[in-house]
Design a protein around this ligand. Structure first.
Ligand SMILES: Cc1cn([C@H]2C[C@H](O)[C@@H](COP(=O)(O)OP(=O)(O)O[C@H]3O[C@H](C)C(=O)[C@H](O)[C@H]3O)O2)c(=O)[nH]c1=O
Length: 335
């Protein structure tokens, strides 16, 4: 099979390319610039130059492939950059979906659990959990635009598009070139963070998510069925403690209390105001999100896609080792 992949320089997309090729498939990646070839070391991916607004390139990539995995996206957890986020996550997805419909190619769209109801300690959410006033996500630019992207795919399924939507949890793993979520490892590893965020996430391995995403091509159905590809539900305090252990840095002392959170959010927003640019790491949207338990249940994917999740310890060992050698040593590889 020849698979057209967007987001091939990203954590998930790069892992998807590697697993597809290891399984004997041919891959084509949409790339915005001439990529750093170290990112594609060991791969024989064909490159197609263009971005998500380049309808001609997208149509060519789709027409010349058997299936499409759309994992390109803009992750900005904040209140600003909504227009840009919509252009990439909503309009880019619409363009991919349109091309897939036109050439009748199966699309696997990468959403995020952040487009679904939010889970909780007592009740991890699944694909069918209704969104209510109590379990709504924080409506930051990322959440709004990714949800709009899923909406575009579902609307086109109504018009004949064959598609499956997968929703990764918080992914860590090797091949995090930029880095994406590996930034958390660097932050916790570089300096002591005495207070961890009070909420939690569903930590998954990008290699498991990539396998689930690829499985969705054949097994996810054609009618826009949605699958959570999450992992072990952990508090950030547990996670940061485990990361610190592996990074040989000091572990956090405790989760942040409400006053600390309020101050952190205000400080982040004040910094944004003064600098004229919202920090992607500290602002009131992130602080609000970090209070919640983004806990999810991947049972549907386990049953229907044979999605498997490895032990959290293995993910953290491999991810920290990769980040240390690629982003924290002298031979650092630039994104
Ligand atoms: C901003 C932008 C990005 N990209 C590409 C660049 C990277 O190849 C890729 C993003 O990779 P990143 O490592 O930032 O994201 P992941 O950690 O792999 O996250 C993935 O899963 C989670 C759940 C997601 O919401 C992302 O949308 C999805 O791509 O999209 C483009 O092609 N065009 C653009 O305009």
């Amino acid at each position: 099979m020849r698979v057209f992949v967007t987001g091939g320089t990203g954590l998930l997309g790069n892992t998807v390319l590697r697993q597809l090729e290891a399984a004997g498939h041919e891959t084509v990646a949409l790339v915005r610039d001439v990529p750093d070839l170290r990112l594609f070391d060991g791969l024989s991916t064909h490159f197609l130059r263009g971005d998500l607004s380049d309808v001609d390139a997208i149509q060519r990539g789709v027409a010349e492939s058997d299936a499409v995995i759309h994992s390109a996206g803009l992750i900005h957890l904040g209140w600003t950059r909504l227009r840009e986020s919509m252009q990439v996550n909503r309009d880019g997805t619409a363009a991919i979906a349109q091309a897939c419909r036109r050439y009748d190619r199966k699309l696997v769209h990468v959403g995020t659990v952040d487009t679904l109801a939010i889970g909780s300690r007592a009740h991890p959410a699944n694909e069918a959990t209704p969104i209510t006033a109590e379990n709504r996500q924080v409506p930051c630019s990322y959440v709004q635009s990714k949800r709009a992207g899923v909406g575009e795919v579902l609307a086109q399924v109504e018009q004949g598009l064959r598609a499956t939507i997968v929703h990764p949890g918080f992914m860590l793993g090797p091949w995090d070139w930029k880095p994406s979520s590996g930034r958390m490892l660097i932050e916790v590893g570089r300096s002591w963070r005495p207070l961890a965020p009070p909420g939690g996430c569903s930590l998954c391995d990008s290699r498991d998510v990539a396998a689930g995403t690829i499985a969705a091509i054949e097994r996810g159905g054609d009618q826009g069925r949605q699958f959570i590809l999450a992992g072990e539900n952990v508090t950030y305090f547990q996670l940061w403690t485990e990361i610190a252990k592996r990074m040989k840095s000091r572990a956090p002392l405790m989760p942040t209390g409400p006053a600390g959170l309020w101050i952190a959010g205000k400080l982040g927003d004040a910094f944004s105001l003064v600098s004229g640019k919202e920090s992607g790491d500290l602002n009131s949207a992130i602080v609000e999100m970090s209070r919640m338990f983004h806990w999810y249940d991947s049972s549907r994917a386990k049953t229907e896609l044979d999605y498997t999740t490895r032990h959290l310890g293995e993910t953290l060992d491999d991810a920290t080792m990769w980040i240390q050698s690629h982003h924290m040593s002298r031979q650092r590889i630039p994104a």
